[in-house]
Design a protein around this ligand. Sequence first.
Ligand code: T46
Length: 137
Amino acid sequence: MMNLTVSDCPIIEIPKIKDYRGNLAVIEKEVIPFTIARVYYLFDVPSGSARGGHAHKNLTQFLVALSGSFDVVLKDGKDQNRLTLNNPSKGLLIKPGIWRELENFSSGAVCLVLASNVYEEEDYIREFEAYQSYKQR
Ligand code: T46
């Protein structure tokens, strides 16, 4: 696996069709660089609660704040980047091997996640110390 860094995780603009009835955002295959194998979403996250706190060995994910806002902290073992997602027409691409923490969820926040593979617990690195060793290999 390539040693990807936080700078390999861009915010991507989602094309939007706007008319007097409101907005329609479309994530087609040209928008994200992977085929979607799974869709899930986080909602009703209690104030002060944090999600994530792990990395994936092979999974690529695209996160969108469909409603409300939350912060994502990305770490690659060397650098870190904190972003706020608060716009349903922008998403964050998280490449494999990047540690992520999600926090500061606003009331009513909904985090949509498009994932490149089905759920596999073996793909997770859930201990930061193990993550650092993994990145140093
Ligand atoms: C990520 C952030 C944004 C499943 O059974 N299927 C699934 O597809 C997922 C994602 C989770 N689970 C089970 C595994 C755990 O027993 O649901 C429980 C909670 O999962 P986890 O603690 O990993 O949830 P988060 O919100 O901390 O992390 C999730 C994703 O796992 C992760 O890839 O980037 O959302």
